[in-house]
Design a protein around this ligand. Structure first.
Ligand code: ZN
Length: 134
């Protein structure tokens, strides 16, 4: 990878979905000319987010999506005319970026941690911007 930022193209297939992008981010970091620094993963959308959580038992992400949906029901009392306020709220709860330390071209993630793109108003074509900084 030349330069210090890269755009991932993501195609979500459901309204609410957590997509593991760890291997794609890891690949960018391994190919970067920088061997140590920070990796910023940024989602440039208002109805999607990004978070780091367990990447082993898929029930964890399923539980997260179900509980978010209980806390923020799609058909709640919202004013936003577009009708997707629940997605905006969930996106802000997850946040739009995560930062991970890089050492020796590797992400210093915990054993059970993965990076998840969080779709809340899919299916859509999405982008994730990855910036590697010294
Ligand atoms: Zn909206």
């Amino acid at each position: 990878v030349k330069g210090t930022s890269y755009t991932l193209e993501i195609q979500s297939t459901k309204r609410d979905q957590m997509i593991d992008i760890t291997s794609k981010v890891r690949e960018i970091v391994r190919l970067s000319t920088l061997s140590s620094g920070l990796c910023l993963v940024f989602v440039p959308h208002t109805t999607a987010g990004v978070t780091i959580n367990e990447n082993t038992d898929p029930d964890v992400t399923g539980d997260m999506l179900r509980q978010l949906d209980k806390m923020i029901p799609w058909n709640g009392e919202y004013s936003h005319i577009e009708g997707n306020s629940a997605a905006h709220l969930k996106a802000s709860m997850m946040g739009s970026s995560v930062t991970i330390i890089i050492d020796g071209h590797e992400l210093l993630l915990g054993t059970w941690q993965g990076i998840y793109f969080c779709e809340f108003d899919g299916p859509r074509d999405r982008k994730v911007i990855v910036k590697v900084m010294g």
